[in-house]
Design a protein around this ligand. Structure first.
Ligand SMILES: Nc1ncnc2c1ncn2[C@@H]1O[C@H](COP(=O)(O)OP(=O)(O)OP(=O)(O)O)[C@@H](O)[C@H]1O
Ligand SMILES: [Mg+2]
Length: 239
């Protein structure tokens, strides 16, 4: 059971889209996978066409409820709840609830873009952090702050940084690459080789509430998430 927190305190960096598509790809690779929607926005639940499904995260945290099956074989979901916007506890409810997920090979925790209870507990309980980022100056400033915050709590946790909505031909993207490569040495994170391109088919698949592989398997977006998952499985020691 590998626990991965998908987190960045910057909003809109493709965290939920990555949780949805990496979840679908891991399931396709025969790994029993569960995605946990920790965000009051419930984007991940929406993208899996399960917004409003119950029992949701509150029952999972408080009453021992189990994850629900999705329409994708081997992919389960703990659906989100709006109450997560201001959810807090003095107990480690996330850590305790994760212990019940032993039958799963991989747990993907989709965190909100914040430093609230859910994000902090998810990172503290995770084996690894997957941090999607945009290749823009403002996003990169936030990235080093985010890495330092994680390191302050979990000095040894491996962090994989993923470039999303990547626009290959832009000078800005190449400048960002240089900053990221330097940062990977200075801050000690793993800069993933695979990038996820800016791709309208990905945006369309989110709106259609299906993974991009289901929406259009031949699209560059689908192929990118496929390559990414192969790279992650290697980095994460999964077969
Ligand atoms: N590679 C991509 N190409 C084009 N559009 C994308 C791509 N990835 C994500 N998007 C679009 O960006 C929107 C926001 O993505 P997403 O919800 O995954 O970000 P997030 O980091 O989870 O946001 P938040 O911080 O609010 O939780 C999606 O609804 C989708 O339309
Ligand atoms: Mg999100």
């Amino acid at each position: 059971m590998l626990k991965v927190a998908i987190w960045n305190f910057k909003g809109g960096t493709s965290k939920s889209t990555t949780a949805q598509n990496v979840g679908a790809e891991l399931a396709q690779a025969k790994l029993k996978t569960v995605a946990i929607d920790l965000d009051g926005q419930r984007t991940l639940s929406f993208t899996l066409a399960m917004d409003g499904a119950e029992p949701n995260i509150l029952a999972w945290l408080n009453d021992g409820a189990e994850p629900l099956p999705t329409s994708i074989n081997r992919l389960a979901l703990v659906p989100g709840a709006i109450e997560m916007f201001n959810f807090s506890s003095d107990k480690d409810l996330i850590g305790q609830s994760l212990k019940r997920l032993i039958p799963y090979d991989v747990i993907l925790m989709d965190c909100p873009p914040s430093l609230g209870y859910a994000s902090v507990q998810a990172v503290l309980n995770a084996d690894r952090v997957l941090m999607p980022t945009l290749s823009e100056p403002a996003a990169l400033k936030g990235l080093s702050e985010a890495i330092n915050l994680i390191r302050a709590e979990s000095p040894e946790i491996p962090i994989d940084v993923l470039r999303c909505r990547y626009r290959q031909r832009l000078v800005l993207s190449r400048e960002a690459d240089d900053i990221l490569i330097e940062g990977s040495h200075d801050l000690g994170f793993n800069l993933l080789h695979t990038t996820i391109p800016e791709n309208i088919v990905i945006a369309e698949s989110v709106a259609a509430q299906v993974p991009v592989r289901t929406y259009d398997a031949k699209s560059i977006g689908a192929k990118a998430y496929q390559s990414l998952t192969k790279e992650l499985m290697k980095a994460w020691g999964l077969k």
